[in-house]
Every structure is written in structure tokens, then in C-alpha cells.
Design a binder for this molecule. Structure first.
Ligand SMILES: Nc1nc2c(c(=O)[nH]1)N[C@H]1C(S)=C(S)[C@@H](COP(=O)(O)O)O[C@H]1N2
Ligand SMILES: [Mo]
Length: 325
């Protein structure tokens, strides 16, 4: 999903290629697949060089089938930890999904602060430890559908954004929540390239921000988030395309007007503010009707609101979802 005129085929690995390579590896056909294309050979040498070893989260409240009705626990098979942490979109580090893990491995989050400000009664700069103490981590197993047409099932750990917003007490004029990622080109080398405007920014309407599915995530698979997945804190909105899930958040601002978002600024005809998963509204350059679930062969149908219609559809009643893509 790079800006159209900046796409370089050499640094993109389509999900199908990635999947096929993993299959080849499992089948012991590494040499055969490597011989087939130079691209695959180059990539193969890269896979698995980064280690991921973050501390376990304390006091995690695990989810179960009983949480399925609320959407908190998808029954789908969970994507392996290895794939969640080695197939990443995180342009601050690299536009090559498989290079992000290595490129971000040394990223430090000590002393992290998140400023919560704007139209609130009690603005506050939270140290990350205080922020995480707002509520014990809860496991949420969510489907994640990237706008590019691949998907995963991720066991996140985090707490509802609504709990943080309750602490700062929104004023009645607050209609949207604007999020901002860290801006620090020294620590995020991808920010030295103008592939996107920096810092990465995102936004939600207030009712979306307060929805119980909306998570501030600090972990996956019961461990603290590794850098490539957005440490120390990132947003997760499972009924929206993955790019809404802004990583490495440093600012949360409550505002009156719809805030700018990175992808809709970079390519407004292709990416909108809402970004609700919708199999009937195609991307201008590809269909959104189906998706490649990482680890599966073949494509599966994409579900309206990514399968969360029961929980979220009422928020968009009467809205033209084709105009508000
Ligand atoms: N700051 C920031 N957040 C980001 C991105 C990014 O490039 N920078 N990429 C987005 C996209 S396109 C996706 S699909 C998800 C990927 O999250 P994951 O790598 O943890 O699976 O992160 C989103 N959040
Ligand atoms: Mo994405």
C-alpha cells in the first residue's frame, strides 16, 4: 500500500509468496524454491535472524470461548508467534515486511511517555508504567485484516481504550480521538525517507474509541509487545483495516473535528478515515472480496466488518459505507 508512484516491486513480498516460501521450507524444498526466483533466495537468507524474547505479562486475564459473543475471542486458529513477529507493516523501520523485525530489534522504549490531551478535563502525561496500571491486561483474540489482502488471528493483551478516556474525562466538545506515533528519525530510520508523512497519525470517532472492542495493546501471546508490533503501546480496532492500528503511540488528543490520518493523507482516493473492512468496496487497485490468511492455502472470503458486524454495525447505521470508505 505504498504511495502509487513510490512502489518498488523489489521490496514487496506479497502474502502469497511469503506463504508459499514457508510451505516450501516446511517441506524441505528450500533449495528448489530458492532456485526458482532470485527474490525468494534473497529473502530466505533473511528469515528468522531476529530473536524475539520479551518478558511475560503479569496478571493476564485470559479469554475463552465464553467471550465469543462479545467478539473478544475469535474461534479461528491463531497465527503462529513467528509470523506475527516477522511479517510486519511498520514503515518507520522498513517497507519490507520481513526486514522490520531485524530493523527494529534494538529499539528501546525506556522512559516512554504518552500524553493524553486536548478536550479533556484532566490532561495528563502518563509514564508507560502508570498507563499500563490503568487496568490489568486482558487477552483478546482478534482477526486482523490488512487492506493489502492478507490476514492473521492475533492473541493480543491490553485494555479497552475507554478505560483511559474515562480517567481523563472527555469534555462534551470532544467528537474524535487523534493518535500520534513517535517521531524520532534517529531511532526510526525509515523516517529518513519520505515514503509517508511523519509522524504516523490515526484517528477514531468518539463512539468507535469508546467501543469495547477497541484495545490499547501492550502484548501478544501473553508477552510484552516486541518493537516490530508497536511496543510499548499500540491501538487495535479489529473491524477496521490494519493500518488503523497505530503503533508506538506517544500522543492521544481529543478533538472536535475529524483528524487527518496518515494513509488517507498519502493517498486519499485509496484510503479513507473509516477504513471499515468491507468486502463489497474494492480498493481502486484490487478486490477486497477475499483474503490470504497467513498460514492457509488459498484465499477465504472477507467478512463484513471483518466478522464483527454484530458488535459494530449499529455505529454506522444510515451511513453510506461506499462514500465513507
Ligand atoms: N506507526 C505505524 N503504525 C502502523 C503501521 C506503520 O507503518 N507505522 N502500519 C500499519 C499497518 S498497514 C498494519 S497492517 C499494522 C500491522 O501490525 P503488525 O505488524 O503488528 O501485524 O500496523 C499498522 N500500524
Ligand atoms: Mo496494513
Amino acid at each position: 500500500m505504498k504511495e502509487p508512484n513510490k512502489i518498488s516491486p523489489s521490496d514487496i513480498t506479497p502474502a502469497s509468496v511469503y506463504f508459499n516460501r514457508r510451505t516450501f521450507m516446511k517441506a524441505g524444498l528450500v533449495a528448489a524454491s530458492a532456485a526458482a526466483t532470485g527474490l525468494v533466495y534473497r529473502k530466505l537468507n533473511h528469515v528468522g535472524t531476529a530473536t524475539v524474547d520479551t518478558p511475560a505479562l503479569e496478571g493476564l486475564k485470559t479469554s475463552s470461548d465464553a467471550d465469543a459473543a462479545s467478539g473478544f475471542h475469535a474461534a479461528d486458529a491463531q497465527t503462529p508467534f513467528k509470523d506475527i513477529t516477522h511479517y510486519n507493516n511498520f514503515y518507520e523501520f522498513s517497507t519490507d515486511k520481513e526486514a522490520v523485525a531485524d530493523a527494529s530489534a534494538a529499539f528501546m522504549t525506556q522512559g516512554w511517555q504518552v500524553s493524553v490531551e486536548g478536550l479533556v478535563r484532566k490532561p495528563r502525561a502518563y509514564g508507560i508504567d502508570d498507563l499500563l496500571k490503568i487496568s490489568p491486561p486482558e487477552e483478546r483474540v482478534y482477526r486482523m485484516r490488512c487492506v493489502e489482502g492478507w490476514s492473521m488471528v492475533i492473541p493480543w493483551a491490553g485494555f479497552p481504550l475507554s478505560k483511559l478516556l474515562a480517567q481523563v474525562e472527555p469534555l462534551s466538545g470532544a467528537k474524535y480521538v487523534a493518535f500520534e506515533s513517535l517521531l524520532d528519525p534517529k531511532r526510526m530510520p525509515g523516517q529518513n525517507a519520505d515514503v509517508l508523512p511523519w509522524p504516523y497519525v490515526e484517528g477514531l470517532r468518539m463512539d468507535e474509541a469508546l467501543h469495547p472492542l477497541t484495545l490499547l495493546a501492550s502484548g501478544i501471546y501473553g508477552r510484552m509487545l516486541p518493537p516490530q508490533d508497536g511496543a510499548p503501546i499500540r491501538l487495535v480496532t479489529p473491524w477496521k483495516y490494519g493500518f488503523k492500528g497505530i503503533k508506538c503511540i506517544v500522543k492521544i488528543k481529543l478533538v472536535a473535528d475529524q483528524p487527518p490520518t496518515t494513509w488517507s493523507t498519502a493517498s486519499p482516493k485509496e484510503y479513507g478515515f473509516y477504513a471499515n473492512v468491507n468486502p463489497t468496496v474494492d480498493h481502486p487497485r484490487w478486490s477486497q472480496a477475499t483474503e490470504q490468511r497467513i498460514g492457509e492455502s488459498g484465499r477465504r472470503p472477507t467478512l463484513m466488518f471483518n466478522g464483527y458486524a454484530e458488535q459494530v454495525a449499529s455505529m454506522y447505521a444510515g451511513m453510506d459505507l461506499r462514500a465513507n470508505y
